[in-house]
Design a protein around this ligand. Structure first.
Ligand SMILES: C[S@@+](CC[C@H](N)C(=O)[O-])C[C@H]1O[C@@H](n2cnc3c(N)ncnc32)[C@H](O)[C@@H]1O
Length: 443
């Protein structure tokens, strides 16, 4: 349980919340799959974002909003903070609070400071935020820039939110619209950021913010029946004679899956790399003690970064997410947590196929893999050879623990309790920030 306290969003709500689930009756996940089987990523996309029944689409409270900022300096310490947040969860009919909400406005101010310190201020500031939730980050970033940057920066800035959920898009407009001068500079485009048709081409430098978005992007799954058999793509199907969904294994042919495997340096035929003796031993073991292998692939992230690099070639990226998730029971490398709440009780599911539109599905982010995907999509690295592909697409990247990021760019004293305990620095050990800036377009 301690690990859950030390993390964010749904994890803390396992501890704090005891509200009644407003989301009933549940939509049956079997309806997400029609006559034909679908890839796992398409199943996950429907379970989270189906316009009618997806977890994020139909409920604006999938991302909680605090009525007011927490006055950390008035709380004695960890116990008082826990009690305070517990009370907020009980009062609010929401699912989870993300860090940008819990630590508002300070978390967003840290992000704004990072942007101001790194950006070329001779070009008008343009910020895209993908998956802005309730708009708290946008509001905090714009507030900070208004007060702390030269007025010409604020006056000429644009903040564009790209949000897939119509209910959250509406909420963002309300949150930012509370400050009338922000409203003119802010717009929401309600669309899937990973769909290239929604983007033009932006040749100017710009920023992209993504907070806790990577974890909710669709992933694929590959499967091998033992240590040496070829990897297969996993599809989800609804068999006529069975009430529940089941998996179907097909030979690899999806290009996104194959690209992702290439970036991961995974051998498609499933055979282990190494000496001849080593592979004879592996084949023997696979026969005597066959161990099925399952590997989750961040194909949604790959697709999104391909689209973003194509549409915004001079973008700087700032993303934060979970590095690991505790207590995952779903099998496979980089497996997700599938968590739902019924009658005030939180529960984890043992299968992603249980997601019925009432469950959040979220994955840990492998930040080194994210960096490789970023370099691959920028056209700089061909991962298997580690050689530059195109000249001039190099990027400078930085990974920081949330505490290091906030110590560098934020004002940590604002989230410190009387006895020195600081939940923003002390509790978010399983989250990191990723910054990636182009080195070829400083102008
Ligand atoms: C867990 S919430 C995080 C919200 C907010 N960034 C925060 O930290 O509070 C994930 C957000 O990403 C949005 N989202 C997920 N996939 C998206 C996509 N492909 N395009 C645009 N928005 C997306 C969801 O609707 C939601 O607003």
């Amino acid at each position: 349980m301690a690990a859950r306290i030390a993390s964010s969003r749904s994890l803390s709500s396992f501890l704090f919340s005891s509200r009644v689930n407003p989301f009933s009756p549940a939509y049956f996940s079997t309806n997400f799959v029609g006559e034909s089987p679908v890839l796992v990523r398409d199943f996950i996309r429907s379970a989270l974002y189906d316009p009618e029944h997806g977890y994020f689409s139909q409920r604006s409270d999938s991302v909680g909003v605090l009525d007011r900022s927490i006055k950390f300096n008035q709380l004695d310490g960890r116990k008082a903070y826990t009690k305070h947040v517990d009370a907020i969860y009980k009062q609010n009919d929401i699912s989870w609070f993300t860090p940008v909400e819990l630590f508002k406005p300070w978390y967003a101010h840290g992000i704004a400071e990072a942007i101001l310190r790194t950006t070329n201020l001779s070009v008008p500031l343009k910020i895209y935020e993908i998956g802005g939730g309730s708009g708290t980050c946008a509001r905090g970033v714009m507030d900070y820039i208004k007060v702390n940057a030269p007025s010409r920066i604020y006056d000429s800035m644009q903040y564009i939110s790209v949000e897939i959920s119509s209910s959250l898009a509406k909420k963002q407009l309300e949150t930012v619209g509370e400050v009338s001068s922000h409203a003119k500079k802010f717009r929401v485009e309600c669309r899937d950021a990973a769909d290239p048709s929604g983007w033009g081409t932006e040749q100017q430098p710009c920023w992209v913010i993504m907070l806790e978005v990577l974890d909710n992007l669709p992933h694929d799954l590959i499967y091998s029946k033992d240590q040496v058999s070829p990897w297969m793509e996993v599809w989800v199907e609804k068999r006529h004679d069975e009430p529940e969904l089941s998996e179907l294994y097909k030979p690899l042919e999806d290009p996104l899956i194959e690209n992702c495997m290439e970036i991961l340096d995974l051998v498609k035929d499933g055979k282990p790399l190494g000496s001849r003796m080593g592979s004879i031993a592996q084949s023997f073991l696979a026969k005597v003690f066959p161990r099925p292998r399952r590997c989750w692939l961040p194909t949604g992230c790959l697709k999104l970064l391909q689209v973003l690099h194509g549409a915004l070639p001079k973008m700087s990226l700032i993303a934060s997410d979970f590095t690991y998730l505790p207590d995952v029971t779903i099998p496979g490398e980089r497996a997700p947590l599938v968590a739902s709440k019924k009658d005030g009780i939180n529960s984890d599911h043992n299968s992603y196929l249980d997601a019925k539109g009432d469950a959040d599905i979220f994955f840990p982010t492998d930040f080194c893999l994210l960096e490789n995907i970023d370099h691959y999509c920028s056209g700089w690295l061909k991962p298997t050879e580690g050689k530059p592909l195109k000249k001039g697409k190099k990027r400078r990247t930085l990974m920081l623990d949330t505490s290091s990021f906030m110590e560098e760019f934020g004002i940590p004293s604002k989230t410190r309790t009387k006895d020195g305990y600081n939940p923003m620095l002390d509790d978010f050990k399983n989250t990191k920030f990723y910054l990636s800036v182009p080195t070829h377009n400083t102008k």
